[in-house]
Ligand binder design. Structure first.
Ligand SMILES: C[S@@+](CC[C@H](N)C(=O)[O-])C[C@H]1O[C@@H](n2cnc3c(N)ncnc32)[C@H](O)[C@@H]1O
Length: 272
């Protein structure tokens, strides 16, 4: 099972929240009010970051179902206080890869944050089918889009080599079959549009000043070193050299970094 420890999720949450495409929210709220929505299904909830972002931005009387397969996150979610505006909150400890999303039948909005890139084309197809059948809206936030860009003037000769290797690693199986990786956001946008949905697709890139996010950037570099080394084992020394150079840059705190993400809002056609 692919795990995401709670420390990592806590570290990224403020950056995730400030990076999300806030411009999608008025359109979502308008659809929510016009269509009388109240029920949200959050896939791969982790420790509840997506709930903490969305619940205060949606009208009161929401009911949420949070799904995650990690027992530690399920315990955290069960112990969590219900946010204001949320009337009921249910935690469902399930492996999303092993089921057909039957919960979508009782949902108005299917949402996920930082999940799409881990999933597969086959799984996305099942989600599109389930959402079309139940006529529900979709909000997929913070799908990694393959871009890792360091500040101009602070390039390392192996930035591109490492990023390309990381992006190959992104397409390895994360439990759903070969992962969509950086293609996930765009493919979901195309699939929902083809199904007759109105789609809005906006950037939600992380923009990180290293001096303010040393720990987070340090974790990213370590993770990228591991991922790149796993797919380019013959180049481990080269990748270590890159990572050591980047860690030295973090120590001086002068660099900045962009990690590309996109948010997708997909709204079903209005009922006649
Ligand atoms: C990158 S984390 C994002 C968590 C949370 N949505 C957030 O934005 O902080 C991905 C989450 O998906 C969950 N996940 C991954 N594969 C899953 C699966 N097959 N079934 C259920 N949950 C899964 C992980 O346990 C993890 O909590």
């Amino acid at each position: 099972m692919e795990t995401f420890d709670a420390d990592w999720l806590a570290m990224r949450e403020p950056v995730d929240h400030r990076s999300r495409a806030e411009g999608l929210i008025p359109r979502l709220v308008q659809a929510w009010q016009t269509r009388g929505w109240s029920r949200v299904l959050d896939l791969g909830s982790g420790t509840g970051s997506n709930l903490r972002y969305l619940a205060p931005r949606l009208p009161s009387g929401q009911t949420w179902v949070l799904v995650d397969h990690d027992p530690a996150h399920v315990r955290t979610l069960r112990g969590m206080a219900r946010p204001e505006r949320v009337q009921s909150l249910t935690v469902s400890p399930k492996n999303l890869a092993a089921q057909d999303l039957e919960e979508a039948a009782d949902t108005d909005l299917v949402t996920a944050s930082a999940l799409l890139d881990l999933t597969s084309a086959g799984w996305l197809e099942r989600v599109v089918t389930a959402c079309v059948a139940s006529d529900c809206g979709v909000l997929c936030a913070l799908s990694y889009d393959g871009r890792i860009e360091w500040a101009s003037g602070d390039e390392h000769p192996d930035d591109r080599f490492v990023r390309d290797a990381v992006n190959v690693h992104q397409t390895g199986d994360k439990g759903f079959g070969p992962a969509l990786g950086p293609a996930g956001g765009q493919l979901a946008e195309r699939r929902f549009r083809a199904a007759g949905y109105q789609t809005l697709f906006q950037e939600s890139a992380w923009r990180l000043e290293v001096s303010q996010h040393r720990a987070l950037v340090g974790r990213l570099i370590d993770g990228w070193e591991q991922a790149a080394s796993a797919v380019r084992p013959a180049e481990v020394a080269r990748i270590r050299g890159w990572a050591d150079g980047r860690r030295a840059g973090v120590a001086t705190g002068r660099s900045s970094l962009m990690v590309g993400h996109h948010d997708l809002l997909a709204l079903p056609p209005a009922r006649s």
